[in-house]
Design a protein around this ligand. Structure first.
Ligand code: 6IA
Length: 138
């Protein structure tokens, strides 16, 4: 199973450690195409030396290839929102993971879309249970 994990880069790297742990856990379920999202050295600037068009083309190709899209949506990110909308158009199975926080209310464009699942969670252990439930239905 090919898994596309989406998480904020230029939207902010506050949750990068959590992305890394989620990615490690997702590797139990399949091949995570976007391992670099959890890279601790990847700053808001993104991957050094890669030009935006190259990144866009690579990521869109991976998205087309993916069977499942898991998006961590707590840190608002234009790129993650774009990936979710694209995955929706491609009829991919999508799970959005969101840690509710008063100062980071989830966009209505994600929370209000009925074509994919948005699940709230509290921490890594809770995310693992959410993922187990999601993958058990596939
Ligand atoms: O808008 P954001 O940068 O927060 O978007 C993050 C999402 O878009 C992630 O889920 C990635 O799949 C994708 N993405 C955006 N930028 C990059 C990137 N480097 N490297 C890999 N994936 C990316 C950014 C820029 C670099 C040339 C300095």
């Amino acid at each position: 199973m090919k898994i596309y994990f989406a998480g904020s880069i230029r939207g902010g790297r506050e949750d990068k450690e959590l992305y890394l742990e989620i990615i490690k856990h997702l590797q139990k379920y399949g091949n995570v195409l976007t391992e670099h999202i959890g890279n601790k050295d990847l700053t808001k600037l993104g991957e050094d030396g890669l030009i935006d068009k190259w990144i866009y083309d690579r990521d869109m190709n991976w998205l087309k290839e993916a069977d499942i899209v898991i998006a961590e949506v707590t840190s608002p990110s234009l790129g993650v929102g774009y990936e979710i909308a694209t995955a929706e158009r491609l009829n991919k199975r999508i799970l959005c993971l969101y840690r509710p926080q008063p100062q980071k209310r989830l966009s209505a464009m994600i929370a209000g879309c009925g074509n994919f699942t948005v699940t709230e969670y509290t921490d890594l252990e809770n995310a693992k249970s959410v993922l187990a439930a999601f993958f058990s239905k596939i």
